[in-house]
Design a protein around this ligand. Structure first.
Ligand code: PGA
Ligand code: ZN
Length: 426
């Protein structure tokens, strides 16, 4: 992913646009001396880890309830533009290092991670375009084989992404057994349609949560899992790793109390109770992956969880690892989890995101690329997943424009490169 010739940036600007929740976010634009122009839209999370790079918001209650991003936009057009324009840049790593140094804080809070990541993504896109290459191809690190990922469709929403009483945030379907990426998309959409019909037949609302999944008024996670297994069968698929498997993101940092207990469906559970609950769930249902099963500050619980279930379940750290290469390296050394969620805006530059992926790869941890609950129609993560060979991606339901934009970009890549393998990384 080196630019073949030095790049000269001639313009850097940003605009305050809306994300999929109707909140302001940053859109960054970068122009190169050769006439290349590239744009990037910045996503925004709701269940954020406390060690994430910091999104800069204006805090002016008179605009967008304090959520405006005019300060971040001004940073892009001001300090960041002054830093990047008219120099010769060898590669993206050099640009990202300059952005990190310019900000000067460990969490990118001064200029704003939303300002920095937008510019970093737009620069990556510009350099790929200037090189005449597809973004995924340009992003592929030396020695890595690109591949089309198993899409993980979030079809039942709870937690902070929906107004229902379901404490677990995400119930995903993963067509692990699909023969190709287009067939995986078809399976996801067909199960989604079956689930809608099933919910309607049972008298549940088919209203949607933030990521496009249904948000029925159910409380127990096992009830949601029962519905999924039925919907998978109704759509004509086998529920399990040979067909359509299930993945969970309880996002448990959100429901762990000050007393260290997890509040699930009215019960107050210890870490060990939670681990037992997951053990029962994985015995009873075809759940192949659990993300953030325990909270970001429950490292001891995570160690026990990994010892108990790590052999047979993919255990993904999101809030606990925050796409941070140093934290992931620590987790690998301590045997905590066996996979990391990868969110570009959680760490704040494309270069650091690729470093997090490389740290996982070297340490034998799987890499699960992810959107945020607040999204734009930007499709960067689709190309990132393919190029970095991660083999798995979650970007919401097979519905709503900002979610399907990513799946549709992958369908384009699949159609134009039928030689790319589909499925989990070997
Ligand atoms: P967020 O949730 O984008 O709201 O942080 C996504 C996740 O927890 O994986
Ligand atoms: Zn998560």
């Amino acid at each position: 992913m080196e630019a073949s010739k030095p790049a000269v940036i001639t313009a850097v600007s940003a605009l305050e646009i809306l994300d999929s929740r109707g909140r302001p976010t940053v859109q960054a634009t970068v122009a190169l001396a050769d006439g290349t122009i590239a744009v990037a839209g910045v996503p925004s999370g709701a269940s954020t880890g406390s060690r994430e790079a910091v999104e800069r918001r204006d805090g002016d209650a008179a605009r967008y309830r304090g959520l405006g991003v005019l300060g971040a936009v001004a940073a892009v057009g001001g300090e960041i533009a002054s830093c990047l324009i008219s120099r010769q840049w060898r590669d993206l790593a050099e640009i990202d290092a300059a952005l990190i140094a310019l900000d000067g804080t460990p969490d990118k809070s001064r200029l704003g991670a939303n300002a920095i990541v937008g510019v970093s993504m737009a620069c990556a896109r510009a350099l790929a375009l200037a090189d005449g290459r597809q973004l995924w191809d340009w992003l592929t690190p030396a020695g890595v084989s690109p591949r089309l990922p198993v899409p993980h469709f979030n079809v039942i929403n709870g937690g902070v992404h929906a107004a229902n009483p379901l404490d677990f945030q995400e119930f995903m379907i993963a067509p692990l057994g699909a023969p190709s990426f287009p067939e995986a998309v078809r399976a996801g959409a067909e199960v989604y349609a079956s689930l809608r019909a099933l919910l309607a037949a049972k008298g549940y609302s088919t209203g949607l949560g933030d990521e496009g999944g249904f948000a029925p008024q159910i409380t127990e996670p096992e009830e949601a899992l029962d519905l999924l297994v039925t919907a998978i069968g109704d759509a004509g698929y086998v529920a399990g790793r040979d067909g359509v498997a299930i993945a969970l993101d309880p996002a448990s940092s959100e429901f762990r109390g000050q007393d260290g207990r997890y509040r699930v469906a009215g019960q107050a559970l210890s870490s060990n109770d939670m681990i037992e609950r997951y053990a029962q769930i994985t015995d009873r249902f075809p759940v192949w992956l659990i993300e953030d099963g325990l909270a970001e500050d429950d490292w001891d619980g995570w160690t026990t969880l990994t010892e108990r279930l790590g052999e047979r379940v993919t255990l993904v750290g999101d809030d606990i690892f925050v796409t941070n290469p140093a934290i992931i390296a620590d987790a690998i050394a301590r045997g905590v989890g066996n996979a990391a969620l990868i969110k570009v805006n959680q760490i704040g530059t494309v270069t650091e995101t690729l470093a997090a992926i490389a740290t996982c790869r070297d340490g034998g941890y799987a890499q699960f690329v992810s959107h945020r609950s607040g999204e734009t129609t930007d499709t960067f993560i689709a190309d990132l997943t393919v190029g970095a060979g991660c083999g798995m991606l979650k970007t919401g339901a097979p519905a709503r424009g900002e979610r399907v934009a990513k799946y549709n970009r992958l369908l384009e890549i699949a159609a134009s490169h039928p030689d790319l393998p589909y499925g989990l990384a070997p």
